[in-house]
Ligand binder design. Structure first.
Ligand code: ADP
Length: 368
């Protein structure tokens, strides 16, 4: 086909007549001739460009947008010019002024050369990028939970086996051992007990995160469970010269909880109260009955929780600054697990605390 070239002035005049209707369009419009000269641009282009309309018309788009010839947009325009095929593509804008802007370009053949619409999709793109980022974080989190699950499962058996063997030795089942050896074994046993507790907590966390921690609430006598917890805690409290008080009213109804989970929650709150209360302190266990729930509170007059740490106290692995100073033992997982368990039975855990004065942790349980 022989192209009869008109001079640029008449091309500009023709284009301005033909494309004027596009001036109010939301999309930007460039009409470019076969010599890459810009014959028409609409008002929307001017919003994104620092250059005035008169400076653009008649110039090549390479002059207007230096570097455009290295972009995919240019390659597609070129192909459209030569092969008369249309393209739609999303790309960063080569337009002056806004380097971070994304556009959707629609490139179509026109009698003069190429007709290119551009729609600013920067906001849409940002939302998409954010969604992709969140998805990546979720995938990472899943991988971490999977790792936690595998690692804690793998550790459980050997840690349990070591405990078993040490118990055998300490109980003289393989003969009487010299006192010095026994002392070392006892220390090793206590260390292994702590590792076993940590592994148990990690396993519980991975089950919670994989939503595999299904509990089975059954009618439960709350006082029986609390007595078991108190019996276990008694020796430790005596060791630390801590007084344990209880206020448990008679005639409490049964509650709907998974008894093992309820035991674990109360054990955690109680052992925390003992751990974070100095010698000679007092811990008060109180049970109060409401219409549809029972609230169990554990109050201590221990170290308390600093105000700035209070909102993070139920987060995984979080330990308040004053707690780490007085006790290096602790993983910061107990309250995270306890609050997840309480949610499972339709209850919750909350607390009030004053630094240096003490804390009260409350747990609610639904009555049957
Ligand atoms: P851990 O006791 O193993 O550190 P927890 O998840 O049970 O983990 O508790 C998280 C943190 O909450 C503790 O490290 C401590 O800072 C704070 N905490 C919990 N109970 C008490 C308490 N009774 N008194 C003071 N601080 C407490």
């Amino acid at each position: 086909m022989v192209k009869i070239k008109k001079n640029i002035k008449s091309q500009l005049k023709d284009a301005s007549g033909r494309y004027q209707v596009f001036d109010g369009l939301l999309e930007g419009l460039h009409v470019v001739n076969f010599d890459w000269q810009c014959l028409y641009i609409n008002a929307a282009v001017l919003i994104n460009s620092k250059i005035g309309r008169d400076e653009m018309l008649g110039k090549t788009i390479m002059e207007i947008y230096p570097g455009i010839e290295k972009t995919e947009l240019f390659a597609k325009m070129k192909h459209c010019m030569e092969s008369r095929v249309a393209y739609i593509l999303e790309d960063k804008s080569p337009f002056a002024g806004r380097k971070d802007a994304w556009f959707e370009f629609s490139i179509q053949p026109s009698p003069e050369g190429v007709f290119m619409l551009s729609l600013d999709i920067t906001d849409r793109r940002k939302i998409k990028e954010k969604e992709e980022y969140i998805k990546k974080l979720e995938e990472l989190d899943e991988a971490k939970t999977e790792f936690l699950s595998v690692a804690s499962h793998q550790l459980r058996t050997p840690v349990g086996g070591i405990l078993w063997n040490l118990e055998m030795l300490l109980h003289n089942e393989l003969g009487e051992l010299p006192p010095q050896v026994k002392e070392v074994l006892q220390e090793t046993y206590e260390t292994d007990l702590r590792v076993a507790a940590l592994v148990k907590n990690l396993l519980a966390v991975s089950r919670i995160e994989q939503k595999r921690a299904v509990s089975e609430p059954v009618p439960t006598n709350i006082v029986d469970v609390l007595k078991k917890v108190l019996a276990i805690m008694d020796a430790e409290a005596q060791n630390r010269k801590i007084v344990l008080k209880t206020e448990i009213p008679d005639g409490l109804p049964q509650v709907m909880v998974d008894p093992e989970r309820f035991y674990e929650v109360m054990e955690n709150l109680y052992s925390n109260a003992i751990k974070y209360t100095p010698e000679g302190g007092t811990i008060n266990l109180k049970v109060a009955k409401g219409d549809s729930k029972i609230v169990v509170s554990v109050a201590d007059n221990g170290i308390g929780i600093p105000k700035e740490d209070q909102e993070k106290i139920f987060s995984k692995f979080f330990r308040a600054s004053n707690a780490s100073k007085i006790s290096t033992e602790g993983s910061g997982l107990g309250l995270y697990i306890a609050s997840s368990y309480a949610k499972e039975w339709g209850g919750k855990i909350w607390f009030e605390s004053n630094l240096g004065k003490g804390s009260v942790f409350n747990v609610s349980v639904p009555v049957q």
